[in-house]
Design a protein around this ligand. Structure first.
Ligand code: AMP
Length: 618
């Protein structure tokens, strides 16, 4: 199988085009390349500034977007218009993030569903993919400015535990930013590469990658053999990071000055200002014994000793995650050959010391922990470019493979440039009550609508036993063998019925046709993603209309006349919005309908519960 790269400007195939490595982080992001002369990875930065770009996006009243340090400055003054930590929302539904909803000071739409989450700023709705694409676009532009050459190809890193949907969302964000994402690489793998691990074929090692960033903690146990990285286990806490160390200081200062935490809730500006001071103190204490400063005329003081006492429980939490990860990997601390430190928070002496003690050997911390992942991504990019002949390059799929889902959308199961052999599976369900069959249409290509891709095959899974919509679990799996033969299987998991088909993945596709498909996907990226967002909004809107309709039919007696009328008119408005080409309007109307139905839906629920409590059947 071929590895194809395209120069967007000319549309021609190019071998020597630069491929950047991007660490798209929760708190900060950055770009790295392999220096053409020294062959060493370097993080790109403007003269005299940091390589780190805060992953923060600010929207002004006119819809102008700023990213990075300039956007971060708005965190205090305009929390509703300033989006941070969008990575936490990637590939998630509101139900996935609702326990942590208070974490976000901007508006995450509460639609109480499994649909992908959206953020509202003013009267616009943004998906996490949109938000991440703004960060990536900024990184691309910076890299172009520094390198004085177009940058169109990238390797982007993601946490090892990211699932399919989150990896796909990251790819989509890259595409939307005008980047051809050649590979999604696990962050711990990239960090290991940056330490030169895994670059020799006969190397066999067990590696622990300890990554404590601004808001998240991950521990990954990896094995390398035959030049292949395998993730043996991951563990961590997606809501534990440098921010918690800052909060420990904030709490301490509040206690010292006799304030309580409610004060922070009431005054968001003060809360942000004291948090920034606390971060400054924490960083200062990594190389000094005591910190002293002022805020609004009040003195703020803390010593390293007090700080370390405060945060010991946080460090201990990370260590219990390490214990669990080792257990899952079936290894003991002594089996770990190398421990790699990643993330700005590993600069804290208490962290380095505790982890060295736990693993029984000094940790590897010589590479800048903020840059190490991006540097590794740059090394991976260089390997993909074919410049590093020592490393085995596996065969890859030249185009993405997927199936058609609701509204004619392409749902990718095996992304382009995945190594083969490969397998992937995803679960789907029916959307009609009693539906007995499901058509599986297999497509190849990079466009968001299947009509723009190539159909490879189609078959019907029949004989699904009658069940209400949403109950059957149909697992569609793709298996590509080493010859590029794709086997697609669909299986209803509750009943066990299954059907499969064999396809030759790139049936007589010429290089020119392949090139055209790739080029089309990039030139149409923006409209494709807009169409996808519109189709998804319509599907969600239609589902909402259907469930509201069903609910009302069942519970009409509990609703007042006024509620009935309001609901009917909100449903009509949503119906109308669905016929138009404006996803934000659909979301607005869906939200209005949700806002109207929420109070009575809750009332009906409460009523059902109180009946049940009285021992009556509902
Ligand atoms: P990352 O997400 O990897 O960029 O890590 C950012 C986190 O590292 C933030 O919480 C920073 O406050 C923290 N950090 C950066 N430098 C230091 C330092 N010298 N000491 C302690 N924490 C640091």
């Amino acid at each position: 199988m071929a590895k194809i790269g395209i120069n967007i400007a000319t549309g021609s195939l190019q071998q020597d085009e630069i491929i950047v490595g991007i660490d798209l982080g929760t708190t900060n992001s950055l770009v790295a390349i392999l220096h053409p002369d020294t062959k060493k990875p370097i993080a790109l930065k403007e003269h005299n500034s940091s390589s780190l770009v805060p992953s923060v996006v600010h929207f002004d009243a006119f819809g102008n977007v700023t990213v990075g340090e300039a956007a971060k400055a708005f965190l205090i003054a305009e929390p509703q218009n300033t989006i941070f930590s969008a990575k936490r929302l990637m590939g998630k539904s509101y139900n996935d993030v609702k326990q942590n909803a208070s974490f976000f000071s901007y508006k995450v739409i509460d639609d109480n569903t499994e649909n992908l989450v959206k953020v509202q700023v003013g009267n616009k709705f943004y998906s996490p993919v949109d938000l991440s694409s703004f960060v990536l676009k900024e990184l691309k532009q910076r890299a172009e400015h520094i390198l004085k050459t177009p940058v169109n190809k990238a390797v982007i890193t993601v946490p090892a535990y990211f699932n399919d949907a989150q990896r796909q969302a990251t790819r989509d964000a890259g595409k939307l930013a005008g980047l051809d994402v050649l590979r999604i690489v696990n962050e711990p793998t990239a960090a290991s590469l940056a330490y030169g691990l895994g670059l020799h074929k006969d190397e066999e090692k067990a590696i622990a990658v300890y990554d404590l960033g601004g808001g998240t903690f991950d521990i990954s146990i990896l094995k390398i053999s035959n030049g292949i990285f395998e993730v043996l286990s991951t563990n961590g806490d997606t809501y534990l990071g440098g921010d918690d160390f800052d909060n420990a200081i904030v709490k301490y200062w509040l206690q010292q000055s006799g304030l309580n935490e409610d004060e922070l809730k009431q005054n968001k500006e003060f809360a942000q200002a004291i948090r920034l001071k606390a971060e400054e103190a924490k960083i200062y204490l990594s190389s000094n014994e005591a910190f002293e400063s002022q805020l609004n005329g009040d003195k703020l003081i803390i010593t390293r000793k007090i700080f370390e006492n405060l945060v010991q429980p946080l460090v201990d939490t990370t260590i219990s995650c390490c214990t669990s990860a080792l257990k899952d990997a079936g290894l003991l601390t002594k089996d770990i050959d190398v421990t790699v430190m990643v993330g700005g928070s590993t600069r804290m002496p208490i962290v380095k010391e505790s982890i060295s003690k736990f693993f029984g050997k000094p940790v590897n911390d010589t590479v800048n922990p903020d840059e190490v992942v991006a540097l590794g991504a740059a090394i991976q990019a260089d390997i993909l470019a074919g410049n590093n002949k020592d490393v085995l390059l596996l065969d890859i799929t030249p185009l993405s493979l997927g199936i058609e889902t609701m509204g004619g959308l392409m749902d990718v199961l095996i992304p382009r440039n995945s190594k083969i052999p490969n397998k992937a599976a995803r679960q789907y369900t029916t959307h009609k009550d009693g539906q007995s069959g499901m058509k599986i249409s297999v497509y190849q290509g990079e466009r968001d609508m299947v009509k723009d891709n190539r159909k490879l095959a189609e078959f019907n899974l029949t004989g699904i036993p009658g069940m209400p919509a949403g109950l059957p679990k149909v697992e569609v799996s793709f298996l590509i063998n080493a010859d590029g033969i794709l086997v697609v299987k669909a299986k209803e998991l509750r009943s066990g019925i299954e059907q499969s088909i064999q396809v030759k993945a790139q049936q007589d596709l010429s290089d020119e046709a392949l090139e055209k498909m790739l080029l089309d996907s990039i030139t149409h990226a923006k409209e494709d993603i807009a169409t996808r967002a519109l189709v998804e909004a319509r599907t969600e809107g239609e589902q909402l209309l259907e469930t509201t309709e069903k609910f009302i039919q069942k519970n009409a007696t509990y609703l007042s006349k006024e509620e009935m009328m309001q609901t009917a008119s909100a449903m009509q408005a949503l119906q109308l919005a669905i016929t138009m080409d404006d996803k934000d309007l659909i979301h607005t109307k869906a939200k209005e309908l949700n806002d109207i139905s929420r109070p009575y839906a809750e009332r009906v629920m409460d009523h059902a519960i109180s009946l049940a409590m009285k021992g009556k059947a509902v």
